[in-house]
Design a protein around this ligand. Sequence first.
Ligand code: NAD
Length: 288
Amino acid sequence: MTISGKTQLCGVIGDPVAHSLSPALHNAAFSHLKLDFVFLAFRVKAVELQNAMQGMRGLGIRGLNVTMPHKTAVIRYLDDVESNVKFLASVNTILNEDGRLVGFSTDGIGALHALRENGVNPAGKKVLLLGAGGAAKAIAYTLAQEVEALCILNRVAEKAAVLADNLNRLFGKKIVGGALSPSAVQKNLQEAEILVNATSVGMHPNVNQSLVAPDWLKPDLTVMDIVYNPVETKLAKDAKAAGARVISGVEMLLYQGAASFEIWTGHVAPIEVMRTAALNQLGKVETK
Ligand code: NAD
């Protein structure tokens, strides 16, 4: 990589941020396409967020990914946001268009592309979504526009019910929300064609945990676990053993990153290059 006087800067802001896979993902893609861009991670404390956003404008930083704890707080410093951001109150990507800062959330489209690019079109399907946190909300917003039926189960039942009500109002679909009890998961899995785990259950170090008993899984089910550390979760292993189609969290990670890349550069993201970079990096960080 040659850095010149014309090199454009992108980056990720968060606290902590040293674990982020984004620098490996995006620098591999810039380098593969020979784009004159470079990507860095910036640890930004909450009290410095406003200064960081002024810095983005002042220095002409082309794009930023935004991670915890800034995803909601950053919105007040932007000039405009995509319509889904208004619903989600969360931004993971910022584009600097000649000083105009625009916020996007690419998690939902990342999940949709992860399904589609792995041969599963959720259009007209029955989906069971576990979780109603930040990622789950983004996925629910996108899938609600595609699916035949969506059931959202969450540890705090009210959060799932409110999310379902809001989506029903917006899209006029058959979406239900309720408590994430073992019996509710088992019952809803009998109908579901796609199961998405968007909780953090199974994430390192709790790698032996899953919300789904192995014998509730079936061969005609698609299971997407958005947890990507470890790359193969207990749920993914159990689903594979049951003969189900499994889509790993790395796929969503890749396609949400690809969407950010395309927003900043206008180029189609080189997915294979980004996948290799992500898996190499995860090999390094998985057990830490
Ligand atoms: P969050 O804190 O907003 O939400 C966490 C969710 O997990 C909530 O719904 C919570 O109720 C549920 N949960 C946690 N522990 C639980 C338990 N013991 N039983 C039942 N439910 C439980 O977090 P988030 O940002 O939505 O992230 C959730 C997971 O998704 C994390 O593991 C994160 O790394 C992963 N993630 C992956 C991608 C990707 O691109 N693959 C993107 C975003 C998040």
